[in-house]
Design a protein around this ligand. Structure first.
Ligand SMILES: O=C(O)c1ccccc1NCC(=O)[C@H](O)[C@H](O)COP(=O)(O)O
Length: 214
């Protein structure tokens, strides 16, 4: 008999020490740090080291890359538990980093999730995000959750436009392994809002109670 898991929560795009502390205090399972210079939420390696040093054991530190130079990945890896590849990286490129990784897939028309789950068989999970041409992530937009098959060979991390107001509906529709949010818990790009983080956490917990019949 398998025991249903509570939905894991990843907050992405943290840039400030006080936001890291607030996210940990709220109860996030994983924190994401954007190492792609094109993002409004980008941080450099020095800031990554400082922010990651504040993260306690049992909270996963995730580094987010978009078609990175492998030397950047290896320089950052010592601070990280998990790599998130958010660009057009091939399975071989993701594997070559030699660290646990997840693959973000943007839900463009025609994407075959079963084929992707097979191709990215070395991933810990697939992060499914909204597709907007030319924008690799952090769009603040949802996608049609009914496109996600009920059964997939990889755990699903649901992303894209989640907020404290819609995350319960998303969990009821998809029952993902985890949810990922960036813009929905912000006061401004890269500036998280402690009250919205807490509200998001509470909404997930309530949805889980509903789902698991607690
Ligand atoms: O957040 C960014 O600026 C970003 C830029 C480039 C690639 C990925 C990026 N974010 C990735 C994430 O994991 C976000 O949490 C995910 O895209 C959802 O963002 P949002 O729709 O704002 O919740």
């Amino acid at each position: 008999m398998s025991i249903p898991l509570r939905t894991r929560i990843k907050f992405c795009g943290l840039t400030r020490p006080e936001d890291v502390d607030a996210a940990v205090a709220a109860g996030a399972d994983a924190l994401g740090f954007v190492l792609w210079p094109g993002s409004k939420r980008a941080i450099d390696e020095q800031r990554l080291a400082k922010l990651c040093a504040r993260v306690p054991a049992f909270v996963t530190r995730v580094g987010l890359f978009v078609d990175p130079d492998p030397t950047l990945v290896s320089r950052c890896a010592e601070h990280l538990d998990l790599l998130q590849f958010h660009g057009g990286e091939s399975p071989a490129t993701c594997m070559a980093a030699g660290r646990p990784w997840i693959k973000a897939l943007r839900m463009r028309d025609g994407l075959d999730l079963h084929a992707a789950a097979e191709a990215y068989g070395g991933a810990q999970a697939l992060l499914l995000d909204a597709y907007r041409p030319g924008v690799p992530g952090g769009t603040g937009e949802t996608f049609d959750w009914s496109r996600i098959p009920a059964s997939l060979a990889k755990p699903v991390i649901l992303a894209g436009g989640l907020t404290p107001d819609n995350v319960a509906e998303a969990i009821a529709a998809v029952a993902p392994f985890a949810v990922d949010v960036s813009g929905g818990i912000e006061a401004a790009p890269g500036v998280k809002d402690a009250a919205r983080m807490a509200a998001f956490l509470q909404a997930v917990r309530r949805a889980d109670d509903e789902r698991l019949g607690a």
